[in-house]
Design a protein. Structure first.
Length: 98
């Protein structure tokens, strides 16, 4: 398993409803401009920027400059890390116990 501290930081970042919504939106549509989230979620641009900063700091999203815009995507390598931890929390199947 990967470093539990960094995995915990990722889950902590996902603990805010807006950040979770942003990550879900990015999973559905990568390369989304930060400016698009203000209208989608009904919050100000500075609020979106702050939440994206937290997601970047936790290693969940990456950025790419496209002209004057900054586009965000979920880092594909973090999905298996999160999935691995969730899988370890699953109760063992009855058949596995026998």
């Amino acid at each position: 398993m990967t470093d539990l501290v960094s995995t915990a930081q990722m889950f902590k970042a996902l603990g805010h409803p807006l950040r979770l919504g942003i990550v879900r939106a990015l999973a559905a549509e990568p390369e989304t401009c930060a400016c698009d989230f203000a209208d989608v979620f009904g919050v100000s641009q500075p609020t979106v920027s702050q939440h994206l900063k937290v997601l970047r700091g936790a290693g969940l999203v990456s950025t790419r400059r496209r002209g004057v815009q900054i586009c965000y995507s979920v880092r594909p390598e973090v999905v298996p890390v999160l999935q691995e931890l969730v899988d370890t929390l699953r109760a063992p199947n009855v058949a596995e116990r026998v």
